[in-house]
Design a protein around this ligand. Sequence first.
Ligand code: B3K
Ligand code: ZN
Length: 871
Amino acid sequence: MTNQPQIKYRQDYRPPSHLISDIHLDFNLNEKKTRVTATSQIQRQTSEDTPLILNGENLILISVSVNDQIWPHYSQKDDHLIIEQLPKAFSLTIVNEIHPDKNTALEGLYLSGQTLCTQCESKGFRHITFFLDRPDVLARFTTRILADKKRYPYLLSNGNKIRQGELKDGRHWVEWADPFPKPSYLFALVAGDFDVLRDQFTTQSGRSVELALFVDKGHLDRADWAMSALKKAMKWDENRFGLEYDLDIYMIVAVDFFNMGAMENKGLNVFNSKYVLAKTETATDKDYLHIEAVIAHEYFHNWTGNRVTCRDWFQLSLKEGLTVFRDQEFSSDSGCRAVRRIENVRLMRSAQFAEDASPMAHPIRPDKVMEMNNFYTLTVYEKGAEVIRMLHTLLGESVFQAGMKRYISRHDGCAVTCDDFVQAMEDASGLDLTLFRRWYSQSGTPELIIRDHYDAQKQQYHLQVSQITPPTADQEKKYPLHIPLDIELYTKKGEVIPLQNQGQPIDSVLNVIKAEQTFIFDSVSSEPVPSLLREFSAPVKLDYPYTDQQLICLMQNARNDFSRWDASQRLLNSYIKKNIAEFHENEPLTLPLHLIEVFRHVLLNDNLSPALIAEILTIPSENEIAELSCFIDPDAIHFVRQKWLRFFSASLSETLWDQYQKHQTPIYRVTHTDTAKRALKNICLQYLAFGRTDIADQRVKTQYQTSSNMTDTFAALTAAVAAQLPCRDFLLSDFESRWHSDPLVMDKWFFLQATRPEKEVVDKVRALLTHPSFSLMNPNRVRALLGAFASSNPVVFHAKDGAGYTLFLEILTTLNTQNPQVAARLIEPLIRFKRYDSVRQKWMKQVLEKLKALNNLSKDLNEKILKALED
Ligand code: B3K
Ligand code: ZN
């Protein structure tokens, strides 16, 4: 912990002074005190007598030996062990001790309930032993774990189990060998007692892989879904990317204390139990979907991340952007592509664009970093995936796959850069990607300003496209980018107009490469309705003066489902923006009755997937609305959104009720047809909840009481809370008494408590900090209660009396020392103070100043606070 900013720059990369070809780790495991003996085979890469400088934090050093001789020539300074007078090649043995039970930051080796487990990405390995803890040092690992057999019957690490044995004193040991050289961040160790779900997968080349899923005792009935997701992902990666698993065993362990979703350690994934455990009674359709996606994501890392890894942490998007793209494609191939795309785009527009507009703005490949953990961001992950998707759009599937093959065969077993990836794509396609590379270095959300002109006489249509990227906190000057702009033209009746110029067909993806460009289309016999930025073909904002008629035409006729949804959102957003202005002028809100028939038409359209209808009918969230303008007024946004909910509810009530009844799923199955039906049914219920109170109350209560699955139960509860129905407290306490001993289910309850649209919620949240199911030590609980409060209840969190902010000052002060990573995620809404009015700004700045004054401020918080206050 330090207050001194220590910034690292991408440009300062230097290859390591030494290579470590092999490391043998010996763990004498105990939750209170673990002794680690690490023996590494090291070769100096420089000709001069360069000292070996190893990373190590919070370690108690016992001894250093070189070639089996105690070595006195070392010193310790600032989390480094500096060893001198070394030969060119040597064997180094270091013995040190650590205290897993004191490790509340959950980085390195720590205790999750009764389980000992590790988290090493990005810099956790240095909390285990002294090492060259950087991703470009790849070593072959063998790991021997010795521990009490009763307490820790399972001792797991990467690779294959090669030996095991027992001691007379009740301890046992297991030795693992991972044949693939890997960086230290992919190391993993788990020790505990589990129920194990075992299965098997035969690869396309006929090898048999043993699959094992380790869950807390008693949770075997919640493991099946994750196991089938794993097998599905393995098959898909063979079919679509031609990539086959490489070890003889693939293990997944679910733990309760985990800072993020999951971790792709070689052959031994460690997962937040939230992304593994599911059964009908405890998990919602969304949970099932997320589990499948995260299981797939971590599995896909085996090639994009593990076999080909990052040269340095600035290159994080090399593995994360690409792997998110792969998991998105997996989910799209196995479900409804349009709906998956809509979910991704909602996240980009509501949260990634907000990150671009924040003091933490950075390119997908950052140039400077103070605390690496702060850069596992939506920009690196989601925008990174959008950049890969743009390459995919420009190259097409088969050339993209040729590029992937080239990338993997060229760099297998290596630590490489984002440039290496683009180079492989360039070589495979023959395209000039020089300008495209700018997406990696330029931050911010570009805006495409499109105007058009129709020349009836010449039957010509002109699209004038200009692009501008506004300055961001990290970069003043911006340059034009290579933006793939996917378009289609329709007649007013909704017929497609082929794109052509001088008799030649034009591809629907236009290459926007300059600040200003005009595209001309011939043989356009009537003024067209343009469908622009189809599929969100680039992570940009679009400014085009659509009329209601044009958007309605697209909603009803676009061939592409995503475009239908996008048109509906643009339509709603245009009125919502107007309403916010009206709210500020104290004027009555314009609620366009003529749109109701359009939405009713969608509701009744049997040709659309019910899941797509549900998306089209979803009014943008408060966070999505916030991104429609620079200045955020949470009160106005909340007021306007509530009005829309009631407006939809009142105007469509009968149709909603009909559709609600029509889309029942009497038996619970997680199939695409059924989850789509439930999505529509439950969005109908959300609106019905805002209808006449007595009827709404009865309907919601009935669904809750007759529900056989968590999807319907949670939907009913959510509706009751959102519409503040009389039954809500009764239902919430019923839920609590039923699930109080099931932490993952209780997270849903904490979420609902924290997102109640009621002013007293601050006090409720404060009171819930002492609820028996709550613990500030568990990141899932913190996210469910406090994360939800700050991010999903903006109107109460940002209350002008500052009560929400004050609560957060207290929480962040505790988490700063306890778990800096979790604290740094939680502080995000506060560092974005600039977008609010002066009263709120003052409160938020005060909180940041107080935190800044802490004498033990973590690097994680320090980086964010400094950026916010200097912005
Ligand atoms: N690679 C991990 C994330 C590690 C985060 C470290 N603070 C999970 C993933 O993206 O697959
Ligand atoms: Zn990942």
